[in-house]
Design a protein around this ligand. Sequence first.
Ligand SMILES: [Zn+2]
Length: 246
Amino acid sequence: MPAEKATAIVLRTVEFSETSLVVVLFTREFGKVRGLAKGARRLKGPFESALDLLAQCRIVFLRKSSEALDLLTEAKLLRRFRPAGRDLASLYAGYYVAELLGELTDDYDPHPELFDLADQTLVALSAGEPVANRVLRFELGALRLLGHLPSLDACAECGASVPLAGRVAFGASDGGVLCAACRPGKQEVVSVTAGSLRAMAQLADLESPAWRRLGIDHRSRGELRGVLNHYLCNLLGHKPRMHEYL
Ligand SMILES: [Zn+2]
């Protein structure tokens, strides 16, 4: 059984015994990994309290066959997640990043760019950057990288270009905007302003820093949250636990 090395973000820890933890990690190299960390609840040992929620660490683990949990043998802390002033909004946003990484990805399905986006998001939240836009950027960037980005300017049903003016129909279960011909009879349709759709496209554009200059007022932010909450609930088949804290 070869030992693997990876850089990981701690998504979840569950007490397994008096001294051990089961840990869910999102690694840059292998995607999501679940492992047993024997002795991790002792202060001294091969884990040195590195397995803190949202901490980034360098891990060594033994990959087990199919059903069994991997065995974590070492974790070295690279950085803890400690928002400045223990700001609750930043902390909850961090928990939400962990929840989405856990829910949207599969075990052993690596997405290094998503790892980097999560890493940048956690660093920005720790540094006290405005939370709401950072969360939107992470959600839309993650959806793009995982191939789940809703269609924002072409009808999700027929592919026709949808003019971005006034209010536009958005079908959460259809995968994006709908043209006037496809709209009738559809379920789960909300109406979104063209401005919010343009903002979503900028937030999802990972090549461009233009989203940083977006002035999103209170009302638009409420609308964006509403649309994304609805879309993500549909995609995941349930409401993310952290939605009520955003
Ligand atoms: Zn259509």
